[in-house]
Design a protein around this ligand. Structure first.
Ligand SMILES: *[C@@H]1O[C@H](CO)[C@@H](O)[C@H](O)[C@H]1NC(C)=O
Length: 635
């Protein structure tokens, strides 16, 4: 945290001093708060990671954040966006030279967007927090936060990761967090000397392309954040938090110049009163009981406190806000089809077999990421199995059982070019085992295993050593000889798909092969590429692809990677009902049980031309493209 303030504040201030000459700031802190230009401030921050939206969305996102009462925006710098492979910085983000004043393209646009949202007073400051949790992280108010202990090294009490919701994981229900509980947590933190909070996320956005930061993480990074994945206000969350921020700011003079006096009305009932020497007074009246409302007497006046709520009184008299009383409008968003039936063409991805041209023959099983260098999700593991015509199973029809153990994440097993089965792990256990009888014939049989990685681990102990791919054992049981260990025999490898090598997702590449249309077009078949063209729908509502009839794969529009789709992985478990009162955890409030973890995939408007947009879908498992539609998001 502090490192980054040192690194990033300076160039930004320098930049703003010429963009906006009236703004420059000196920043320090004491045990109560961060001090900007000599004034202690209560700062409200929110995470908006710039690579998870498009530069065209940035000015609007930042203005909505500003309107929602944010003082600070936190962003991660995604190094792999700036330097996708060593030395390669000539891409849309440009170099990360934030600290030496030679800003890359992304920085320049982001800073310009920030300048739009800037007004006089508090400068907008980009900061990057440390990823390592503080060992003294305090449990605050219902959910854990990485924080600083008050007075430890005279740091102000801050927390930098307050989850507004949770990320979506393929195969799991989608968590959400009711705003009543979120507002309660923030208010409780502020009444306990907190002076800086950060919403993780304020706008989550989209993991475009293959950037999802972890195995099985979905393309959507919506996070149930106050600004949704599409850049629209999520109501009542956004509005209720804006009102909270307003109430907290009304208390700021008292908050920054005093410590609270705490009194108890009874069990679970507290008053935190901040009184400055100059006469400012602010009070927080809280009811920690998750069930019972209470009436308390504070400075000779009665106050009603709903269960699990904090009332804020910026003048120690008038309640301007209660965390449980939501007055912001509840707005339900809809996905309305705008293009219902695309006219598709298909191209069959070839199943590769061992010892094809341009495969790599090696002994034993190789780890996937080490071989692909993460340039693709896909790697083929190929071998041949020779079946003697005298094998008993050829007469009995009792086919032998192939068992394949893989470190993850997804495996498609092809026997002589036919899909024999698909297995996959999940975030908790990425490992998987395929075990099934397989139809083999006399002579040479081709075993082609397509192993698919779904994101790289990015947290955990020595995550860089976590494996993916078919590491074995691979065995065949039920032969005359008993079991045959295929692990030790010769394997061939092929990195990536043929369609990837041909760049079928781009206009140039897609015209290099013969596509099939009409009645001959492939449907519900594994390893198939689909393409179509369409005109941009009028209007400016955000757009998405409804992929509900598809299995798993990837989508591109005009060569831009929309992300991985995997609607076939439905959310396990039961979602139940959710009561905001009581300690929050990410398993408490869940949605989408029994449905696709992610059905809709954001298509940024800025990626579209008025006419003739190329949409390409690669499908691994078999899905029906006639069910794909383009939808708009409206209230
Ligand atoms: C606030 O900070 C003061 C000074 O460090 C401390 O005495 C007090 O206990 C803190 N109050 C709360 C509610 O944590």
């Amino acid at each position: 945290m502090w490192t980054i303030w040192r690194i990033n504040v300076l160039p930004l201030v320098v930049l703003f001093s010429w963009l906006c000459p009236s703004v420059s700031a000196s920043v320090s802190y004491d045990d109560r708060a961060i001090i900007i230009n000599g004034q202690r401030r209560i700062l409200i921050s929110g995470s908006i990671h710039y690579p998870r939206s498009t530069p065209e969305m940035w000015p609007d996102l930042i203005q909505k954040a500003k309107a929602g009462g944010l003082d600070v925006i936190q962003t991660y710098v995604f190094w792999n966006g700036h330097e996708p492979s060593p030395g390669n910085i000539e891409n849309e983000y440009g170099p990360v030279e934030w600290e030496i004043g030679a800003p890359g393209k992304a920085y320049t646009k982001w800073a310009a967007a920030m300048a739009v949202g800037l007004n006089t007073g508090v400068p907008w400051i980009m900061c990057k927090q440390e990823d390592t949790p503080d060992p003294l992280a305090n449990t605050c108010n219902g959910y854990y936060c990485e924080g600083f202990t008050p007075n430890r090294n005279y740091k102000p009490k801050m927390f930098t990761e307050d989850w507004t919701g949770w990320y979506t994981e393929f195969g799991a229900p989608v968590p959400y967090r009711p705003v009543e509980d979120l507002a309660y947590s923030v208010a409780r933190f502020i009444q306990n000397n907190g002076s800086f909070i950060n919403y993780y996320m304020y706008h989550g956005g989209t993991n475009f392309g293959r950037t999802a930061g972890g195995p099985f993480l979905a393309t959507s990074y919506d996070y149930d954040a106050p600004i949704d994945e599409y850049g629209l206000l999520r109501e009542p969350k956004w509005g209720h938090l804006r009102d909270l921020h307003k109430a907290i700011k009304q208390c700021e003079p008292a908050l920054v110049s005093s410590y609270p006096t705490v009194t108890w009305f009874g069990k679970n009932l507290e008053a935190h009163v901040f009184r400055s020497k100059t006469g400012a007074c602010a009070a927080f009246l809280s009811n920690y009981d998750p069930q019972s409302p209470a009436r308390v007497n504070f400075q000779n006046l009665p106050y009603d406190l709903p269960p699990w709520s904090v009332s804020i009184l910026p003048d120690c008299k008038t309640v301007v806000y209660n965390t449980a009383k939501v007055t912001a409008p509840r707005i339900h968003m809809k996905m309305t089809p705008v293009i219902g039936a695309f006219s598709w063409q298909s191209f069959k991805e070839q199943t590769v077999s061992a010892f094809d041209r341009d495969t790599l023959a090696m002994n034993g099983m190789w780890e996937q990421i080490a071989v692909t260098r993460d340039n693709t999700d896909y790697m083929w593991y190929l071998t041949d199995v020779n079946i003697n015509p005298a094998e008993g199973f050829l007469k009995t029809g009792q086919f032998p059982v192939l068992t394949v153990m893989s470190a993850g994440h997804v495996l498609h097993v092809f026997i002589n070019g036919q899909l024999s089965g698909t297995v996959y792990g999940d975030l908790e256990d990425p490992k998987l085992t395929f075990s099934s009888s397989v139809k083999l014939g006399a002579g040479i049989n081709k075993i082609s295993l397509l192993s698919v990685a779904v994101g790289l681990p990015n947290v955990g102990t020595h995550f860089e050593t976590w494996n993916a791919g078919v590491l074995g054992p691979v065995t065949l049981k039920g032969l005359n000889e008993g079991a045959r260990d295929l692990t030790k025999q010769k394997w061939s490898y092929k990195v990536g798909l043929k369609g990837e090598a041909l760049s079928l997702h781009k206009v140039s590449g897609s015209s290099s092969v013969e596509w099939v249309q009409g009645s001959l077009m492939a449907r519900k078949q594994p390893l198939t590429w689909y393409k179509t063209t369409f005109n941009a729908p009028p209007g400016n509502e955000p757009l998405a692809l409804d992929m509900n009839t598809m299995g798993k794969g990837m989508m591109w529009i005009n060569g831009e990677n929309v992300g991985r789709h995997w609607p076939a992985y439905t959310a396990r478990g039961s979602c139940g009902t959710c009561n905001y009162a009581g300690t929050f955890n990410e398993k408490k409030c869940l949605s989408n049980c029994g449905q696709a973890s992610q059905r809709w995939y954001h298509v940024p408007r800025s990626w579209l031309y008025p006419t003739g947009n190329l949409l390409v879908v690669f499908e691994e498992m078999g899905g029906d493209p006639s069910g794909i539609s383009l939808v708009k998001r409206t209230s």
